[in-house]
Ligand binder design. Structure first.
Ligand code: IMP
Ligand code: MG
Length: 183
C-alpha cells in the first residue's frame, strides 16, 4: 500500500519508495567494492528486513548467498523488552564465511550487539552490519555498524518492513507513526 492509503496514521513520510531504492543501490555498490573477490553471505533478520533484503540483494551485480534468522527483542508494542531470543537460527554454517547482517532498523542496538557476538562466536571470516535506518540511541551501544542508510530522529516509524503490531509492513514508503495510533 501507499502512504495515501494510511495518510491519517502518519505524521509524515520520511522516505519514499524511490528514495529507499536509490539508497539501497548505493549501499550495495559500496558492499560490492568492499567484498570484491570474496564470497558473501547476507543474513536477513526476520521479519522486518524482508523488504531490504529483497531489494538490496537484487541491486547487486554479483553472486551472493542469503540466509535468515529470527530473533525477538520486542514485545508487540513500541518499547524494547531487553530480552533477545533466537526463534529461527541460520541454516548455513558460517565458519570461514564473510557475513553481513542486514536489518531494517537499529534502535537501542541491543539486538544487533547480541547477534554480532553470537555470530562471531561461530568463527566466520568477518561479520559486518548493514541497516537501512539507525536511531540516535544506537550510537551509545558498542555495536559497529558499517553500512547505514539513514540516521533518523528518535520516533516510531513504520513501513517498508517496519511494523506496529504487525501492521504497516507492506507500506511502500517509510513514515512516522502518529501518536494517536498507539496511545
Ligand atoms: P533494538 O534492539 O532496540 O535495536 O531493536 C531493533 C528492533 O526493534 C528492530 O529490528 C525493529 O524490529 C524494532 N524497532 C525499533 N524501532 C522501531 C520503529 O521505530 N518502528 C518499528 N520497529 C522498530
Ligand atoms: Mg527487526
Amino acid at each position: 500500500m501507499d502512504s495515501a492509503h494510511v495518510e491519517n496514521d502518519l505524521v509524515n513520510v520520511l522516505f519514499t519508495e524511490a528514495q529507499i531504492q536509490e539508497r539501497l543501490g548505493e549501499l550495495a555498490a559500496r558492499i560490492e567494492d568492499d567484498y570484491a573477490g570474496k564470497d558473501l553471505l547476507i543474513v536477513g533478520i526476520l521479519r522486518g528486513a524482508v523488504m531490504v533484503m529483497a531489494d538490496m540483494a537484487r541491486s547487486f551485480s554479483r553472486h551472493l548467498e542469503m540466509d535468515w534468522m529470527a530473533v525477538s527483542s520486542y514485545g508487540s508494542g513500541t518499547k524494547s523488552s531487553g530480552v533477545v531470543r533466537i526463534l529461527k537460527d541460520l541454516d548455513t554454517d558460517i565458519s570461514g564465511r564473510h557475513v553481513i547482517i542486514v536489518d531494517e532498523i537499529i534502535d537501542t542496538g541491543l539486538t544487533l550487539s547480541w547477534l554480532t557476538s553470537n555470530l562471531t562466536s561461530r568463527n566466520p571470516a568477518s561479520v559486518e552490519i548493514c541497516t537501512l535506518l539507525r536511531k540516535p540511541e544506537a550510537l551509545q551501544m558498542p555495536v559497529d555498524v558499517k553500512y547505514v542508510g539513514w540516521d533518523i530522529p528518535n520516533e516510531f516509524v513504520v513501513g517498508y518492513g517496519l511494523d506496529y503490531k504487525e501492521q504497516y509492513r507492506n507500506l511502500r514508503d517509510i513514515g512516522t507513526l502518529a501518536p494517536h495510533v498507539y496511545s
